[in-house]
Design a protein around this ligand. Structure first.
Ligand code: 26W
Length: 815
């Protein structure tokens, strides 16, 4: 077991202080102290990190263009089980661990759900002793920093590598590879075999930076390898023989430098809107080629036969962004390993598996044929051949030309990355039961009917070590006091908490812990925003990316309704409530930015309106991300999961709130359906259109927002607020939102669900009045949240996808 005595730690710390900064601890900045601490921990784990590599079982490689890792110090100390030793050691040197934890940067290398899920999955794979590694990009700039200026979102570049490097990374120059872009491809006959020559390409070096992924108290350390794009700065021999020769002019050299470095420069801030930018395609191929080459290099070093690749390696693509893994693996197996097409295709399909995270049409990646052909000539040739052979198979089986056209990978000069992902994978999974059913019966029905065996569901999960044990220590310690510590390694044990659901003392203690977390958060809000929130009010929270389908608009229209009710009748019976929002909008998403302005304008008006005596407060926290979520979620009582049913594939915030004892108000969308299944009708508040109703409206129409507006005065009242000046300085934005509802007929049924949502919120208000009942519901949600640990999710992926068919008497076979 990796461990260290307090005495040893202090010695290491002092000597590291001198070696890094040639100064003593006295007078050191928190940044310096943090760097020293992290560097001591890296030393402690380094031997074990290398050790974990040797002689392991099947290697899992998780490709994702986003990893939203959050801060690492606290979770590394937890997983190494040395937190108390380090805290006490630092204390004796006059240093507060909490200050260093707050000092650490929060690498925002992701947009939202998809990126955070990838991070939770890495934590679970390491904690389950699965040799699972991440491949991603080391963006110089992560997701923009959000500032509110006069209620408007303003984006500021996220210059997170202030010190030029990231404390937890280790650069691996000797593992660098070259990725080839553009150029021309020739097929030449080389003694009756076709040889592929790629000439005049632009070589870009992929420099690997490794971050340790430490398992939970199991001495198991995996790797997240992030690639940075650079000029090829050394001779890679034959690999770069046919590269485009540069005239060597300064301009040329500069142009080449920019061409290479811009690739891993910045994360695209779109959360579900395919922009089709050439640079994004370069990013996707750069990640894929660097990763696949790295896998094959390591694989061959282990003297394993390439023909057995799929027995020893599993490659998982996180949505379609890394889908070029399929033609890239084919390229290497064909052009470098000399396998036949059939052999190469069999291996590729059996090695790669794909997860779909959204049904939103605007999120579907469709790359123009010309763009692909010019940037990646060899890859395009292979995609074309994959499609030709696939269409052959289909035309042999089916005569429905329209259907075959829909299933084609290349269509109207666009390459459907979703279709390619399905055709080139042995497994296709959705991220929640309802989502997977919609994929099978609606969005991907053609493929499901053709190859049903590929489709399976893997309901998302969350790393409970970060989202409960680490961010809510008081609750976590009390749970262990009540039911023992087994739950920490197996969250199914949380179910044992149900025996306390009638235990007054336990329920009161839970309420006390929640109140403490609320007070801590109130202090944070006071310090950060000078806003006073009442810890005895209901903390009602909606934190997620700003998107019309997530319906932050429904939430704020309900707040406006309550506001009017209070203005009309100050004794309107409602428990004081604090509405907390956190959300970034993609910079080019105008309607989302209008809704941010609306929420801030409503907050400004309500928070300064004496007449309502603080019965309602609205707080929009700036720059929402992982670290803020870790502060807000433990203090939350009402979890807002109000997306238009069928639109939210799963959601994972919903699971984090449940595990921290919040009560969910939800539509039966995504994983809300499975949360409802776990807790039952009495322990969640459900409202809104059901999936079949939304699907029916979308197919056959019949919804008129205008009719609702004209027939319901409450709806009319709050919709008119958007344009009648009731909310100050909301001119264009109010009009734009009004038009999205009335003129463009409310695509996400906000007005259709408003009345039902208001009733549901009234039910929450009533439930809250009965403290004991509320606390009982809170306990039942915690007790039934075990299934939503990403350890369960990853066990499902391992059993059904990655290790499928390589069990020996139930045990995963060791290589
Ligand atoms: C091409 C632009 C783009 C970028 C990101 C398109 C789509 C995405 C992601 C797939 C969007 C995303 O994060 N989806 C979310 O994935 C979560 C993890 O599975 C789910 O819980 C959320 O419901 C889903 O919206």
């Amino acid at each position: 077991m990796i461990t260290i005595s307090k005495k040893k730690f202090k010695q290491y710390f002092e000597s590291k202080m001198y070696s890094l900064y040639a100064q003593s601890i006295e007078g050191a900045t928190n940044e310096q102290l943090l760097n020293v601490l992290c560097s001591v921990i890296k030393d402690i784990i380094s031997k074990r990190w290398i050790g974990t590599r040797l002689g392991c079982e099947k290697e899992i490689y998780y490709f994702s263009i986003e990893f939203l890792m959050g801060r690492q110090l606290k979770s590394n100390l937890l997983n190494l089980d040395i937190e108390d030793t380090i805290r006490d050691g630092l204390k004796e040197m006059g240093i507060k661990l909490e200050n260093l934890i707050e000092e650490e940067c929060d690498p925002a290398l992701g947009n939202g759900g998809l990126g955070r899920l990838a991070a939770c999955f890495l934590d679970s794979m390491a904690s389950l002793n699965i040799s699972g590694h991440g491949y991603g990009l080391r963006y110089k700039y992560g997701l923009f920093e959000q500032k509110f200026v006069n209620g408007y979102q303003v984006e500021v570049p996220d210059n997170w590598l202030t010190q030029g490097s990231y404390i937890w990374e280790t650069v691996r120059p000797n593992k660098a590879t070259v990725v080839k872009f553009e150029g021309d491809v020739y097929l030449v006959n080389d003694n009756d075999r076709l040889k592929v020559i790629h000439k005049n390409y632009i070589p870009v070096m992929a420099m690997p930076y490794d971050i340790p992924i430490i398992g939970y108290k199991n001495d198991y350390i995996n790797t997240l390898r992030l690639f940075k794009s650079e000029i090829v700065n050394r001779d890679f021999g034959p690999i770069t023989a046919n590269a485009k020769n540069h005239s060597g002019s300064y301009e040329d050299a500069l142009k080449y430098k920019y061409y290479t470095e811009e690739i891993s420069q910045v994360l695209y801030p779109n959360d579900s809107n395919y922009a089709g930018r050439l640079l994004r395609l370069k990013q996707e191929y750069f990640l894929v080629s660097a990763g696949i080459q790295d896998i094959i290099r390591k694989y061959k070093k282990n003297k394993l036969k390439i023909i057995d690749l799929s027995k020893n390696v599993a490659i998982h693509i996180n949505d379609t962004h890394p889908t070029l893994c399929i033609p890239e693996l084919m390229r290497i197996l064909l052009d470098e390993e000399g396998l036949s097409w059939e052999e190469a295709w069999e291996i590729t399909k059996n090695t790669i598996s794909y997860t779909n995270h959204t049904i939103m049409a605007e999120a579907m990646e469709k790359w123009p044929v010309d763009m692909m052909k010019k940037l990646l000539p060899r890859i395009y040739m292979i995609i074309e051949e994959i499609n030709r052979r696939y269409l052959n198979d289909l035309t042999d089986k089916y005569s429905d030309y329209e259907r075959i056209k829909r299933m084609s990978i290349i269509n109207e000069n666009n390459i459907s990355m979703a279709n390619l992902s399905i055709v080139g994978s042995h497994s296709v999974n959705g991220v929640a039961y309802l989502h997977t059913e919609i994929l099978k019966n609606e969005v991907l029905n053609d493929f499901y009917l053709d190859e049903p065996q590929k489709f399976n569901n893997k309901t998302n999960g969350i790393a409970h070590r970060r989202w409960l044990i680490s961010c809510n220590e008081e609750l976590s310690d009390y749970i262990t006091e009540l039911i023992g510590e087994e739950w920490e390694k197996d969250t199914n044990h949380l179910k044992k908490l149900e025996i306390y659901k009638e235990n007054k003392e336990v329920l009161e203690k839970l309420a006390e812990i929640k109140l403490n977390n609320k007070k801590n958060f109130a202090d944070f809000i006071k310090k950060e925003y000078e806003i006073d929130i009442n810890p005895n009010s209901i903390y009602d929270v909606q934190i997620k990316r700003l998107h019309a389908y997530k319906r932050q608009l429904l939430n704020v229209l309900h707040i406006l309704h309550l506001y009017h009710e209070l203005l009309e009748n100050p004794n309107f019976n409602m428990e004081p409530r604090t509405f907390i929002f956190g959300a970034k909008a993609a910079p080019g998403y105008y309607l989302a930015k209008c809704i941010i302005k609306l929420i801030n304008s409503v907050a400004n008006k309500i928070n300064n309106d004496e007449r309502i005596k603080n019965k309602i407060k609205v707080v929009f926290v700036e720059n929402y991300g992982v670290s803020l979520a870790e502060k807000i979620i433990p203090a939350t009582e009402v979890s807002e999961q109000i997306s238009t049913t069928t639109k939210e594939a799963s959601g994972t915030g919903n699971m984090k709130f449940m595990m921290n004892g919040a009560i969910t108000i939800a539509t039966l969308d995504g994983a809300n359906v499975e949360i409802h299944e776990q807790v039952g009708d009495d322990n969640i508040v459900i409202f809104g259109l059901k999936a079949h109703q939304v699907l029916h409206y979308n197919k056959y129409g019949g919804y008129s927002a205008l009719d609702l507006y004209n027939s319901n005065r409450y709806i009319k009242r709050v919709v008119d607020d958007l344009i009648n000046g009731f909310i100050p300085n909301m001119d264009n934005e109010g009009r734009a939102i009004y038009d999205s509802l009335i003129t463009y007929n409310d695509e996400y049924f906000v007005l259709r669900d408003l009345e039902n949502y208001t009733e549901a919120q009234y039910k929450i208000n009533k439930l809250y009045k009965n403290k004991e009942q509320w606390n009982k519901i809170s306990l039942i949600n915690i007790a039934n949240s075990g299934i939503f640990s990403s350890d369960r999710t990853i066990s499902d992926y391992a059993r059904d996808i990655w290790f499928k068919g390589c069990e020996i008497n139930g045990e995963r076979n060791k290589l």
